[in-house]
Design a protein. Structure first.
Length: 282
């Protein structure tokens, strides 16, 4: 029997890289197709070159469907307007799923100062890369590719352009950005793993505008644990059970008022707290 990694899935056909390095298209047994096989899955093939076993997953992202993610490149740009609430949810998803996050700010050629301001907010929380696919600065990402990596973020932030710039050829379809609605047209219909070296893969994933809060599988009282600036000694709240909403003498609320904690990050915390609370109620 042979072991391999699923690089691409189209209908009932799976492109698998075997441990030998050989790449071939195969099918899967019916019971496995029913349960679902994802790009990034480690599988075993029988003597008929049919996927017969799915290895235990490290983690899984259902939408877009990718398994065994080691690193997530969360991509934003000056245009379209960054959805930092999505960024904060993805950072929490990474913390819960044993995924290393990297915030990637693309299109620095459009507004470098804007990119640097976002970096100041997030560089204490995760690694931040500022670059443009129009020059060599995009190579910063290549140095970070290790294991199964994914590009995640809104449509039209340049995820497919990043793949093409790193590969130096048009292997991923690039969409257009509509200025009227400030939204990109989704062009990536399937998920594919592009190989950059031994054990180095990068997935071009379908653009998405949200990560459902219920996928985080958190209680509202747990959300504060994942806004790591809240537990800094200088910002820490003396009340262990405090949810940092508007309580009197709350250290976190005081840090927000004094500018020690980013106001937008705090507003995103409140939004996530209240959304999860409403989900759990029903």
């Amino acid at each position: 029997m042979l072991k391999g990694l699923i690089l691409k899935k189209q209908a009932d056909l799976f492109t698998v890289e075997l441990e030998s390095g050989k790449i071939q298209d195969v099918v899967a047994r019916k019971n496995l197709k029913k349960d679902g096989l994802f790009v990034g899955d480690k599988v075993t093939l029988d003597d008929d070159n049919t996927i017969c076993k799915l290895e235990k997953r490290k983690n899984v992202l259902v939408r877009p469907p990718v398994a065994n993610i080691d690193k997530m490149f969360i991509v934003i740009a000056p245009v379209p307007k960054p959805d930092l609430y999505l960024v904060d949810k993805l950072l929490i998803f990474c913390a819960l799923s044993d995924i290393q996050p990297v915030l990637c700010i693309n299109k620095s050629d459009l507004d470098l100062k804007f990119c640097e301001n976002i970096e100041k907010t997030y560089n204490k929380l995760t690694k931040v890369l500022i670059f443009s696919t129009l020059d060599e600065s995009v190579e910063k990402i290549k140095a970070e590719i290790n294991g199964v990596c994914v590009l995640a973020g809104q449509s039209a932030v340049g995820k497919s352009s990043i793949i093409n710039a790193l590969k130096k050829e048009d292997v991923a379809v690039v969409g257009d950005f509509c200025k009227k609605i400030e939204r990109g047209k989704q062009t990536t219909r399937t998920v594919s793993l592009f190989k950059f070296g031994k054990g180095q893969y990068l997935a071009d994933t379908a653009g998405f505008s949200k990560l459902d809060e219920n996928l985080l599988n958190l209680e509202e009282d747990e959300v504060k644990k994942y806004f790591f600036e809240f537990i800094q000694p200088s910002h820490n709240c003396k009340y262990k059970s405090c949810n940092h909403l508007s309580e009197k003498d709350c250290g976190v609320c005081s840090a927000v008022k004094s500018g020690k904690i980013d106001k937008l990050r705090y507003e995103n915390y409140l939004k996530l707290y209240n959304t999860i609370k409403s989900i759990k109620r029903f």
